[in-house]
Design a protein around this ligand. Structure first.
Ligand SMILES: O=C(O)CCC(=O)C(=O)O
Ligand SMILES: [Fe+2]
Length: 209
């Protein structure tokens, strides 16, 4: 898929590399959960966006909901802990995250889930990443956002409206940690605003999904 971003989003670097992580800022969001945020973590984010848009084998998926088959509103690709990642910059990002969080997380980030949001009609509904150990244990999910800015919203699983709204821009990093996957839910809401394409890369430890 050849997708070109509008120039206004761009940084002009050819090299793609993560910056140091010492600028990460942590916010305790309650219920034992926190988020770490670092805007513009990746240098050369446009080149990475274009390479991933072009080279990844994006899959459309269907899901059965209320006895009907519906299209999942985003394209997907998943790289398990034994799969080669689709771009060396993702190896560099994953290593940097594993190093930075080694003591606190106690294990490395291994898998990479990729989502492609074609426009505002794509999104992800309220959920926690609870298929694996995130449903019962504290863990971390690190997300690198590329392309058009979209909001990541969070709400306590016990209910109520979105309590945290985090605009994610081109090259930004957010890490959800502590009990976030089981005590909170997150979503990328669909939007009627005209928005360009966005790719997100989620790094998770083995057994978290
Ligand atoms: O695209 C994002 O930033 C979030 C994706 C997500 O929550 C997921 O794939 O579990
Ligand atoms: Fe998620």
């Amino acid at each position: 898929m050849a997708v070109h971003l509008q120039n206004s989003l761009f940084d002009q670097e050819d090299e793609i590399a993560p910056r140091p992580l010492d600028g990460l800022r942590r916010t305790d969001i309650g219920l034992g959960a926190w988020i770490d945020v670092l805007p513009q973590w990746l240098v050369g984010a446009d080149a990475l966006f274009e390479a991933l848009a072009r080279d990844v084998e994006w899959r459309a998926e269907q899901r059965v909901m209320y006895e009907r088959t519906v299209e999942v509103p985003r394209l997907l690709s998943f790289f398990g802990d034994r799969d080669a990642l689709p771009h060396p910059a993702l190896d560099a990002a994953r290593s940097a995250l594993s190093r930075h969080y080694a003591a606190e997380l106690g294990e490395p980030f291994t898998t990479a889930g990729l989502c492609f949001y074609r426009d505002g009609r794509d999104g992800v509904a309220w959920h926690g990443d609870t298929i694996g150990r995130g449903g019962t244990e504290d863990t971390m999910v690190a997300i690198v956002s590329l392309g058009a800015p979209r909001n990541l919203v969070l709400r306590p699983r016990s209910g109520g409206p979105a309590a945290v709204r985090m605009p994610l821009g081109h090259g930004d990093l957010i890490v959800m940690g502590g009990s976030c996957q089981r005590s909170w839910e997150h979503a990328i809401p669909k939007t009627a605003r005209p928005v360009g394409p966005r790719i997100s890369v989620q790094f998770r430890p083995r057994g978290v999904r």
